[in-house]
Design a protein around this ligand. Sequence first.
Ligand SMILES: N[C@@H](CCC(=O)N[C@@H](CS)C(=O)NCC(=O)O)C(=O)O
Length: 219
Amino acid sequence: MKLYSRPLSPYSSIIRCIAYYKQAPIKVVSPPPGSPIPEEFRAISPFNRIPVLITGSGLTVIEASVIAEYLEEHFPEPPLLPADSRDRAIVRMATRATELEVLAPVMELFELLYLKSKDEPRVSKLFRQMEIGLAEVEKRLGQGPYALGDDMTLADAWLTPTRFVFNSFRQLADRPDLLDPYPKFDALEQRIVQDPVLSLVWYEMADGLEVFLGELETA
Ligand SMILES: N[C@@H](CCC(=O)N[C@@H](CS)C(=O)NCC(=O)O)C(=O)O
């Protein structure tokens, strides 16, 4: 299998997290260089985005949530979804809340704030959505060691890159106190950097960020 990914891409980092945890035989490759990803990549990825998984039989799988479920089914051990259907629903709600109500608005806000957008209503709406999303995720987080309890789940794969993004985002937004109302979400960083798999992804993102900032400086 082949995974198109970049170190700093949060959606790709979710998939690398799963692949590393399962020690899945997946070759991680980069799309062609450039930001945005060059048009030629559309031949592989219909929406010109990463991550993209090419399976052993040649199927192209896009969308991080779909790739995540595919990997969970294809490499069931060690599991990232609990055995009980009630518990699985809880993990899936946490991952969806993280994906749709936290990561999606924060990624859009990143772009709007970076471009110094004057679209105040859109910016406010996204902040509100993100804050409601964070409050919901906060409610679901346990005392550890993993996001939802004793075992690593798909929720950790989603939350690790999402938490990473907030270190840069609160700087860009000039809101150092942004995560104060969400102490458990904020404290995920300490747990992540102590875990062999989650920290690997965290530091890959950190290295990717350094490269990205270096490129911005020389641009
Ligand atoms: N909904 C998509 C989002 C993927 C996404 O937005 N990927 C970003 C990188 S994190 C991307 O490829 N952006 C296009 C670009 O960088 O040119 C998913 O879940 O996979």
